[in-house]
Design a protein around this ligand. Sequence first.
Ligand code: P1T
Length: 385
Amino acid sequence: MKFNTKIIHGGQQVDQETGAVMPPIFQTSTFAQTSPGKPMGDYGYSRTSNPTRTALENALASIENGNRGLAFSSGMAATDCLLRDYKAGDEIIAMDDLYGGTYRLFTKVYKNSGIKFHFIDMNDLEKFKSTINENTKMVWIETPTNPLMKVVDIEAISKITKKHNLLLAVDNTFATPYLQKPLELGADIVMHSATKYLSGHSDVIAGALIVKDEDLGKHLHFQQFATGATLGPMDSFLVLRGIKTLHLRMQRHCENATKVAEFLVNHPAVENVYYPGLKSHPNFEICQKQMPKGFGGMVSFTFKSGLKQDAITFLENLKIFTLAESLGGVESLANLPSMMSHASIPEEIRREVGISDDLVRLSVGIEDVEDLIEDLEKAFDKLRR
Ligand code: P1T
């Protein structure tokens, strides 16, 4: 099955009892048993599994070319599920540019765990290799990264992780499987904030893990149901419904973001533009190799003035872009990472990584791009007044 067909049909079947084309929302916490320990069907208790969640989990596995998908109550819950396997003395190497909430989970929630986290730029493969030691257990990358759109060569990293017997987890939220398939490139685990492009309509908080290895899948399912941050049936339905148009939405996100990035590059008030589709991107060759269909809907930029107040004035004057956390929905959103999505990263670390106070991040939606550019243009005009 090709990808666009998988998006609609992968892992799906019509409801065997009623013929319903979409899976019913099995809004039930529990399932009847005929005798103690003998459920009437395949299901016992919805924390462990629920038919609507199963339909979504099968779709997730299919579109990422994995063997097992697991749906969580948020992206953070999915990441947290992975971290529970590590103990004091273990080390995890993570990309230096990360969603602020992931950084917060690693450095604050796991502060007293004794797990050591290294945050490095994984484009520096020598640095990466020299950070690995006998205590290293897992490698965590986002690509493209949030919010600086760094792109990491998953295949190159996976050759090294395989040699050292390390698990490689890739947060594929920004790219989605439409643009990038980490499991095909050697990653062991794909993670998603399914809140974003997978669901696509800014109406649900959800997370996902997808793996190829069946034993790892079974183990993670145990961790998932035993700790309990599973996705409810209604939210599973919403994510599944969203996935069915992922390919169409991503195509338009990519087209619109490319035009917005080009507009920003040519605007006199703009200093730097961060978009993997620009020839000026430091890893443009890897971007083309790894994301052959397009470069995503996320664009960040800074102001020539370098002033945070310019960024704030600009954001306050947008009319079609909504100033809000999150990304990946059909509607365009704008965000100031230093005060919003990445505010939980200490200021000195933000500066080191390059998240300046005037960095604006746009989630370019699927509206008419002329309207989006006009909206940006008018907000820039307010800076001159
Ligand atoms: O919000 P949640 O579903 O728990 O997902 C967390 C998460 C994980 N990974 C990436 C790359 C993300 O962007 C996020 C959530 N990000 C935002 C809310 C944001 O505005 O960047």
